[in-house]
Write a protein that binds this ligand. Structure first.
Ligand SMILES: Cc1cc2nc3c(=O)[nH]c(=O)nc-3n(C[C@H](O)[C@H](O)[C@H](O)COP(=O)(O)O)c2cc1C
Length: 387
């Protein structure tokens, strides 16, 4: 087994282990993938201020996200089909997060159901909601999340229509994979994945199949989304859903200061500055680039989180220093899970933690909660002069 020292080290192992359609599903953005690429390359443009002769004993990465204590302000983002990256993937990722002391967010489009994850974990997790046309089904999903003891609802606002990802269409993405000559050829080299999948009963969308009326086959993500997701979702509906849920609410997919103001007005507990990992509106700016404008607009009114492009603890530090109170990783833990199961997720968290801690020390800081712009060197034109 190779020595894993960075998040990127997982990728070749992940690629060897997991069927191509699921690797491609994670490792792609929409259309030209410009936003997907810039999510990571924009982090690289920000540099760090090295400070010396500062006592670095007694450092801490502990903080809070929406009032919940976290070992470091890095949550696992909702990732659909996680249970196709590794058998029982959601349960394994949730357990790794729980042991590490960071929040786990379960996607509506998960393979393991809300109840299943609750049964196999002991701390409350967060539930991510996609809003469907069928209001009864949405109400039932919200009730199920309440019954399972979820401590926050993450309402995703940037995917009422699916951004086109070419590879998913070309691969004929389904869960579980449909057996065609191409998938069978691919699966022949992914026998370990196949053996593990055969040993679990969790192979379909666990929150949907058997729950949504008349749905026996939701295997195709693209046709399910097109038919079921509510294209009429607006701020009035968001306010209604907030009331229905009644608990902590995180609004995900905010990329514009005007939308951030609306989210704050509605009384969200937090917003996630996010472009869905570059999977939705290709051509949108990277999350890290728009973060300062959103912090300026609502930083004193609502807690700000960020995702999209985080691959290291240094990226986490940059987001925190620019004003985010918390961050999420999507692909970074998915690579680990696909490569090595639960141990891979734990290793991914350990890598990011170590990078965050060491970087903090070398920047002359001891407490993650005190990070500010002073630790960064940000190019003058970083945010861009857009008209
Ligand atoms: C494979 C994959 C599936 C995703 N599925 C969901 C989902 O079901 N719900 C959701 O709100 N976001 C989903 N996202 C977006 C993530 O929650 C998060 O915004 C994104 O992964 C952050 O970017 P990163 O992967 O660069 O960390 C998904 C992302 C990926 C990569």
């Amino acid at each position: 087994m190779p020595v894993i020292t960075t998040i990127d080290d997982f990728k070749p192992i992940y690629r060897r282990r997991v069927p191509k359609m699921f690797y491609d599903y994670a490792e792609s953005g929409s259309w030209t993938e410009q936003t997907f690429r810039e999510n990571t390359s924009d982090f690289d443009k920000i540099r760090l201020r090295q400070r010396v002769a500062v006592d670095m004993e007694g450092r801490t990465t502990e903080s809070t996200m929406i009032g919940e204590p976290v070992a470091m302000p890095v949550a696992l983002a909702p990732v659909g089909l996680t249970g196709m990256q590794h058998a029982d993937g959601e349960i394994k990722a949730a357990r790794a997060a729980e042991k590490f002391g960071v929040p786990f967010t379960l996607s509506t489009m998960s393979i393991c159901s809300i109840e299943d994850v609750a049964t196999h974990t002991s701390k409350p997790f967060w539930f991510q909601l996609y809003v469907m046309r069928d209001e009864e089904y949405v109400a039932a999903l919200i009730q199920r999340a309440k019954d399972a003891g979820c401590s926050a609802m993450v309402l995703t606002l940037d995917l009422q229509i699916l951004g086109q990802r070419h590879k998913d269409l070309k691969n004929g993405l389904t869960a579980p994979p449909k057996l065609t000559p191409a998938t069978m050829l691919d699966l022949a080299t992914k026998w370990r994945w196949g053996m593990e999948m055969l040993q679990t009963k969790r192979r379909k969308f666990g929150n949907i199949v058997g729950h949504a009326k008349g749905v026996t086959d939701a295997s195709s993500l693209s046709s399910w989304t097109a038919e079921q997701f509510d294209p009429q979702l607006d701020w009035a509906k968001v306010a209604k859903l907030k009331e229905q849920w009644g608990g902590k609410l995180i609004l995900k997919g905010i990329l514009d200061a005007d939308d951030a103001r609306k989210a704050a007005e509605i009384g969200a507990d937090a917003i996630v500055v996010s472009n869905h990992g570059g999977r939705q509106l290709d051509g949108a700016l990277s999350s890290i680039r728009v973060l300062p404008s959103i912090v300026d607009a609502v930083g004193d009114k609502v807690e700000i989180h960020l995702d999209s492009g985080i691959r290291s603890g240094q990226d986490v530090l940059k987001a925190l220093a620019l004003g985010a109170k918390g961050t999420y990783i999507g692909r970074a833990f998915t690579y680990g899970l696909g490569a090595m199961g639960q141990r891979g997720v734990t290793t991914a968290l350990e890598i990011i933690h170590r990078e965050l801690d060491t970087t903090m020390a070398l920047c002359g800081r001891k407490d993650v909660k005190t990070l500010d712009r002073d630790v960064l060197l940000v190019p003058k034109d970083f945010e861009g002069d857009w008209a």
